[in-house]
Design a binder for this molecule. Structure first.
Ligand code: NAD
Length: 427
């Protein structure tokens, strides 16, 4: 394990993390906060890189690189997912960790922000190799984690099973079962009812609130969804439940179109048994050119795959009236003013997809109490937290005449600063 260190401003790499820095700077400029303090909350407090040797099924060893970034622990323990993807870099993990800080503050839950990742292609690894990789990562970085320190969750290409392996490895080292060290676990291992669908449900709650604010009706609306994993599939499912016609859906392998609305429940069943767990070949829709998915003429566009999808190079081509950011960072700071000019209502990631971390918080609370809630109770609490957050952000936006992303960052930064000032600086 490399030494944990505080990053200096001039060591911060560009790109996705730079995008978060720009979002932060634009919002911070509208707040009355001293520059020194902003530096403290802007940059990650700790970034760790680890080399992970893993025994492959054929007996050979392969090296992987893992990351864990704790952006902030001002408001509580670090909280954030663990991503398995070939493109994982320190830059990306720092960005994702920062967004977690602001997201937890927007929904006002007592967590800081963190994120982890391993650069790997999970589609090329067997279940056994994935298990050994997860366990090695957990064991190597074990000092960072704990229910009061830093609590991972699933993200792109990680699942309930990954969290089960993580929890078991951590517990073996602690010599007792510690369920609250991760969230997004299987329900029989201390997971929460309602966690699996929480992010997508939260996305749709914010869409519903946005439609009401804009005087639009769900049953007359159409939608396109990019990504059909945990977030995209549930977003599409719940959009359909509130009456929206989901006409376009895409994943990494291809896209689908049905002018009468894709039967999302049937598509979920199809994907569960299809090759590569892909939507491609679904008989209830026609194939659609994936390259045009973001530009279709729908009311709601929900990017729910990866970051940097809508940039200054293509923002002009977007035709949707509402963009619901199911993914983290799908719209770059350069694209925001273009979308604003086109009068597109963007529900920013740190608000839109915060349902996942909200129910992760509920899971952590339930694990620590050893007392579990009904699905109805989880859904009702999620509904309350998301509508309150949406309205808090909207109020800041209206009062300051700024778009929702700016408002969400302003609200979040102010909340972190308020806690920091009360705690004081131990210097
Ligand atoms: P996932 O691995 O379950 O699904 C990812 C989906 O995106 C897959 O359908 C994949 O085929 C698709 N995809 C990947 N690259 C694509 C491309 N270039 N074009 C079209 N589709 C593509 O991941 P997930 O958990 O659903 O996460 C998706 C996004 O939501 C990520 O940005 C993640 O950080 C964010 N997010 C996830 C959660 C959560 O609870 N899982 C919570 C908040 C935010």
């Amino acid at each position: 394990m490399t030494e944990a260190k505080n990053l200096k401003s001039d060591e911060i790499p560009v790109s996705t993390f730079q995008n978060v820095m720009k979002q932060f700077d634009q919002a911070a400029a509208k707040l009355n906060i001293s520059g020194d303090l902003l530096e403290f909350i802007k940059y990650p407090r700790r970034a760790t890189i680890v080399k992970l040797p893993v025994r492959m099924d054929d007996g050979s060893f392969q090296m992987f690189t893992g990351y864990r970034v704790q952006h902030s622990i001002v408001r509580g323990p670090g909280k954030g997912g663990l991503r398995f993807h070939p493109d994982v870099t320190l830059d990306e993990v720092q960005a994702l960790a920062s967004w977690m800080t602001w997201k937890c503050a927007v929904v006002n839950i007592p967590f800081g922000g963190a994120k982890g990742g391993i650069a790997c292609d999970p589609s090329k690894l067997s279940v056994g190799e994935l298990e050994r990789l997860t366990r090695r990562y957990t064991a190597d970085l074990i000092d960072l984690f704990g229910p009061e320190k830093d609590i991972p969750a699933p993200d792109v290409n990680t699942s309930e099973q990954t969290m089960a392996w993580f929890m078991d490895t951590f517990s073996m080292h602690e010599r007792h079962t510690v369920t609250s060290v991760v969230t997004g676990k299987p329900v029989i291992l201390g997971g929460s009812l309602g966690r699996r669908e929480a992010t997508g449900m939260g996305v749709v709650i914010t869409v519903r609130e946005a439609l009401a604010h804009l005087g639009m009706c769900a049953s007359n609306a159409t939608a396109a969804v990019q990504g059909f994993g945990n977030v995209g599939s549930v977003t599409a499912q719940y959009l359909q439940k509130i009456g929206v016609k989901v006409t376009h859906i895409g994943d990494v392998f291809g896209a689908l179109y049905n002018p009468d609305g894709i039967d999302v429940e049937a598509l979920i069943k199809y994907v569960a048994t299809s090759k590569n767990r892909s939507i491609v070949g679904f008989p209830g829709a026609q194939p659609f050119d994936i390259k045009n998915l973001l530009y279709v003429d729908v009311d709601i566009l929900a990017p729910a795959a990866l970051e940097n999808q809508i940039t200054d190079a293509n923002a002009d081509k977007i035709r949707a009236k509402i963009i619901a950011e199911g993914a983290n960072g799908p719209v770059t700071p350069e694209a925001d003013p273009i979308l604003e000019k086109k009068n597109i209502f963007v529900i920013p990631d740190i608000l839109c997809n915060a349902g996942g971390v909200s129910v992760s918080y509920f899971e952590w609370v339930q694990d620590r109490m050893g007392f579990f809630w009904s699905e109805e109770e989880v859904h009702a609490r999620l509904e309350r937290i998301m509508t309150r957050a949406f309205n808090d952000v909207l109020q800041v936006a209206l009062e300051n005449k700024v778009h929702l992303r700016m408002a969400a960052f302003m609200l979040a930064i102010q909340r972190v600063v308020d806690v920091m000032m009360l705690r004081g600086i131990y210097a």
